[in-house]
Design a binder for this molecule. Structure first.
Ligand code: ATP
Ligand code: MG
Length: 727
């Protein structure tokens, strides 16, 4: 027997050995679904399948990299490098870079992140003479995003009676028109937003039969992890791509579907069996991840959901310790308690920082944990929140790179045209945008022919100098790699010098960030090239890569840090010791998600995901009082606490005066109450909850990556306003 099959259980092996034809594996957490996919790839390669013919779509780039590594390890060679493996967005962006011209986009199209996209929305809202306070960019962007993920074009949107009615009800009847104008503007700018990476790829396959057949022939074997969270666009693309060979393997768990608010639909799992004549269905029932106690608690919780596919899940792992359920007086006490517990566990059970994860429902909860960890000198890292690539100085620098690559990128151009200040004032910029609109050309074209547009002589001169400088950079594009070009830009624009001369603390931090960025570009160019075809070291390749990084990607696993992240971001991951914080009504389940059974069940699935991340030890904590939205709030314990099996719990209370790591055993514990409140006031203010509180830690340097893509855990961009707050 091949060595990679050893250790697999019978069902897992069956799934791996089923080489041809559609296969679906729906199974509970920790049952080895991802492992099966990895081993399948190894098996395909070992049985002669060309790596170029394999497409594997994962939840994060990191998961993809790990998969490649594991396959390489199994096979003992580097064949895996030629597999198309990555997130939906990164793989499709890679393909679109080769095919964009067929859709009328430049080959070096820009990928707009959500901030860029919202900024474009704001521009077109204003240009249509509408009020951006009423047509809030965030709200409008969310509508557009939902439409795109449901494959609804602007024309279809405008002609759809139901959508019109919905927009009328929210008194925003012009959203369809904004959507139309937004798409036209992005097109003119040579830019695609994240949703376009799916939508445009779908359109390419739909409207270009030769492209469809090319990729159908290429991707003979398709594999998809976390299938329960695919949305309509992703589902349709897979269906198209897989139609020729029907070698599609999907793995997922309906009990872990946590993205329905982004258009993911559980129907895709049910539909899969109907899409092909004969689908092999494999169940995995053994959990290899968690202790019996943890698994028992998880099973109990999820049993409260009505709509589940029937599944069994057992483990032969040790019973393990009971689950600690800890009530604290305040959210600060919760932070202290967790930091103390981590310290104690490190001493008592020889854990390293890396073994711990602190999970929470909303990014804002990280603050109290951070403070305590810092006080105790425990190294940590936060995933999510304001990303490194969203910082102003980083965006400014990257905007130069974007303009060099695609001068049609108006968003980037507007950012840098007068930064560092060179005397091109706001009015001059507005004029350029106006002229561009009037003449239906790009802003860059206007700047290139500024003499025709009546700028005064002094302005004309600086505009010309600016254009000459950008053109000079462009002339180096073919000759220099991403790093050398970036250095050239840093030197010639005066940007680095300006930051260097700013000796304030913030100025220094900004300067350091730019250095960090340059380091990362250097690293990118120095990492050995994999397939010469697409993973090149050019600027275009670099920009695409960083725009599509997801939260979980920035973990090289080298540093020994406690990991803090939302539960959404923790999907698919596992940790020896897990703390889940904030088990309080209105927070978890969230006040925005208790109005219907469907919403509540999704919150419960989220709780299930949280619990099942733990391998050996699990803590669940909640606070009596907590600062939220700037006010002290008092919360009842989460209703989910009631669903925990008492015999597996070890309850404790950590009060306000507790010091060090003593915790009172609280024997006469009052059982969690069922009552829950949702004051309408809280409901309203919840939408205003700020993103994660981020500070640069003196303990570890926080290096955050941009929340980007369809499945990005902390990306709140697609939330329906008033429906959910961020996680
Ligand atoms: P999730 O639903 O959380 O994504 P999963 O079903 O994808 O979980 P994996 O992450 O593949 O589960 O596996 C969970 C853990 O169990 C991993 O550490 C994996 O290496 C281990 N594992 C899976 N199958 C086996 C096996 N047959 N023998 C030993 N360990 C296994
Ligand atoms: Mg998995």
């Amino acid at each position: 027997m091949q060595v990679y099959l050893e250790g697999l259980n019978e069902q897992q092996r069956e799934a791996v050995l089923h080489r041809d034809g559609p296969i679906m594996i729906v199974a509970g957490a920790g049952s080895g679904k991802t492992k099966v996919l990895t081993t399948r790839i190894a098996h395909l390669l070992a049985t002669g399948v060309d790596p170029f013919n394999i497409l594997a779509l994962t939840f994060t780039n990191k998961a993809a990299a790990e998969m490649k590594e594991r396959v390489e390890h199994i096979l003992g060679n580097n064949e895996a490098r030629n597999i198309y493996i990555g997130t939906f967005h990164s793989v499709f962006a890679r393909i679109l870079r080769a095919e964009a011209e067929k859709l009328g986009y430049p080959r070096n199209f820009t990928i707009y992140d959500t901030d860029d996209a919202k900024s474009v929305v704001k521009t077109v809202v204003n240009e249509l003479g509408l009020d951006d306070k009423h047509y809030k960019p965030n709200t409008v962007y969310n509508r557009i995003s939902s439409a795109k993920n449901a494959l609804i074009t602007p024309e279809e949107y405008i002609n759809d009676y139901g959508l019109q009615q919905e927009d009328m009800r929210s008194n925003r009847p012009m959203i369809g028109q904004i959507y139309d104008a937004y798409c036209k503007r992005c097109y003119k700018n040579g830019a695609m937003d994240f949703d376009d990476l799916l939508l445009k790829f779908y359109l390419l396959l739909k409207t270009h039969p030769e492209s469809l057949s090319k990729y159908q022939r290429k991707f003979k074997y398709i594999m998809i992890d976390e299938y329960q969270d695919t949305n309509t666009a992703q589902y349709q693309i897979i269906k198209l791509l897989g139609a020729m060979h029907e070698n599609v393997a999907v793995v997922g768990d309906d009990a872990q579907s946590i993205y329905s608010f982004r258009g993911a639909t559980i129907e895709n799992i049910l539909q899969f069996q109907k899409d092909y004549d004969e689908v092999k269905v494999v169940m995995l029932e053994q959990n290899y991840r968690s202790s019996q106690s943890i698994l028992h608690v998880a099973n109990n919780v999820i049993a409260n959901n009505k709509g589940q596919l029937p599944k069994k899940l057992w483990t032969s792992n040790a019973e393990g310790e009971k689950i600690k359920l800890v009530r604290t007086a305040t959210d600060n006490d919760e932070g202290k308690y967790v930091a103390d517990a981590i310290q104690e566990q490190k001493l008592r059970n020889h854990y390293r920082n890396n073994d711990f994860a602190i999970l929470y429902r909303t990014n804002a909860q990280s603050r109290s944990f951070e403070e305590s960890l810092r006080r105790m000198n425990i190294a940590y890292r936060i995933y999510g929140g304001i990303s490194f690539y969203q910082r102003k100085e980083i965006k400014d620098f990257l905007s130069y790179l974007r303009v060099i690559l695609n001068p049609g990128d108006e968003e980037a151009l507007k950012r840098i045209i007068n930064f560092p200040a060179r005397g091109i004032g706001k009015t001059s910029v507005e004029k350029a945008v106006l002229f561009a609109n009037q003449n239906n050309v790009s802003m860059w074209n206007v700047l290139g022919q500024a003499a025709q547009f009546g700028y005064k002589a002094s302005t004309l001169e600086v505009i010309n100098n600016f254009v000459i400088m950008i053109k000079m950079f462009q002339s180096e594009l073919q000759k220099k790699n991403a790093y050398d070009l970036s250095i050239l830009v840093g030197k010639n624009t005066g940007l680095v010098k300006e930051l260097f001369n700013d000796k304030t603390t913030e100025g220094l931090a900004r300067y350091e960030n730019i250095q960090e960025l340059l380091n990362s570009i250097k690293e990118f160019t120095e990492t050995p090239t994999e397939d010469g075809e697409l993973l090149d070291k050019s600027l275009g390749s670099y920009l695409q890569q960083i725009t599509l990084l997801t939260d979980a990607d920035d973990d090289k696993g080298e540093s020994d840090v406690v990991k803090l992240m939302t539960i959404h971001a923790a999907k698919g991951l596992e940790f020896p010791v897990v703390f889940v914080g904030g088990l309080e009504e209105t927070l978890f389940p969230n006040a925005m998600s208790i109005n219907t059974r469907e919403e509540l069940e999704e919150e419960r699935r989220l709780f299930y995901v949280a619990i099942t991340r733990a391998k050996q030890r699990l803590w669940l904590t909640y606070a009596n009082t907590r600062y939220r939205f700037g006010n002290l709030t008092q919360n009842d314990p989460s209703r989910f606490i009631e669903e925990l099996p008492e015999e597996r719990l070890d309850r404790a209370f950590a009060g306000g005066n507790m010091r060090n790591n003593q915790s009172n055993q609280w024997n006469s514990f009052d059982k969690a109450k069922t009552g829950f409140r949702t004051s309408s006031q809280e409901n309203r203010s919840a939408t205003k909850e700020k993103p994660a509180y981020m500070v640069t830690s003196p303990v570890v340097k926080i290096k955050e990556h941009t929340p980007t893509e369809g499945f990005t855990p902390s990306d709140t961009s697609n939330l329906q306003e008033g429906q959910k707050i961020e996680h």
